[in-house]
Design a protein around this ligand. Structure first.
Ligand code: PEP
Length: 264
């Protein structure tokens, strides 16, 4: 394997799980188990109610905090929404944008994803932008077409400087929460396609520096083979991020693979 040295990232998306008390319990365990993390970025994305408490516990730890979504306006009459500035003040440095569950259940479109990424950058949050095809699209031979359209819709009006601050997550919808993980080869094929799109739109420096995570039923048993692939720079993890043993094991395995990825 001849991977460029992009730092591996393992990010946990807790979704609609964990009360404040449960979130504190989980993050306290993670902080203890992952006190010696190196060569791997670790991020947890709790629900909004728990984000400040989790942030306080993580202060000065190696584990970073992220939101699960944001709205593009800074403030106003937008009941139920949360702004980038609010997330930032609560301690977040990252935010997930365009998760397939938001696209599927909450009418997220490429256009709203684009506005949200801009809002994240404006508030100095690193967006983790999710793209991925459904089973029907894959079986219809439209994977690259769909990924290409999501990519252009999200980043069509971006400058190189803006693009450098983004993290991408390839999350095939058919693999999220289903236990059906993409094979390392299937995932690598799409990651390579995305990197080629990056190269075409933003040039070599952006394409080779930008991290592309894989998401979809990542578990301790499959993470190593995925991140051994040259274009897979880590994982966005749902189910396995809700349990301290599994999530810390994922991070430990990423640390073992890091030297193979050129990270010393
Ligand atoms: C996700 O929600 O981003 C995800 C990848 O979920 P899971 O790991 O449970 O498939």
């Amino acid at each position: 394997m001849n991977a460029p040295a992009r730092k591996t990232m393992i990010a946990g998306n807790w979704k609609l799980n964990k009360t404040i008390r449960e979130a504190i319990e989980l993050v306290t365990l993670l902080k203890r188990r992952l006190c010696d993390v190196e060569n791997t970025d670790v991020v947890v994305c709790p629900p909004y109610t728990a984000i400040s408490d989790v942030g306080e516990i993580l202060a000065e730890s190696e584990i970073k905090l992220g939101g699960q979504d944001l709205y593009w306006e800074d403030k106003g009459a937008f009941t139920g929404e949360i702004s980038g500035a609010m997330l930032k003040e609560a301690g977040a440095n990252f935010v997930i944008v365009g998760h397939s569950e938001r696209r599927q259940f909450f009418n997220e479109t490429n256009e709203t994803v684009n506005k949200k990424i801009k809002a994240a950058l404006k508030n100095s949050l690193t967006p983790i932008v999710c793209i991925g095809e459904t089973l029907e699209e894959r079986e219809g031979g439209r994977t690259f077409q769909v990924i290409g359209a999501q990519f252009k819709g999200a980043f069509g009006n971006f400058s190189r400087e803006e693009m450098k601050k983004v993290i991408l997550a390839y999350e095939p919808v058919w693999a999220i929460g289903t236990g059906k993980v993409a094979t390392p080869q299937q995932a690598q094929e799409v990651h390579a396609f995305i990197r080629k799109e990056l190269w075409n739109a933003f040039g070599e420096a952006v394409a080779s520096g930008l991290r592309i995570l894989y998401g979809g039923s990542v578990k301790p048993g499959n993470i190593s083979d995925l991140i051994k692939e040259v274009d897979i720079d880590g994982a966005l993890v749902g189910g396995a991020s809700l349990e301290a043993d599994q999530f810390s094991e994922l991070v430990k395995q990423a640390m073992v693979i890091a030297p193979l990825r050129g990270l010393e």
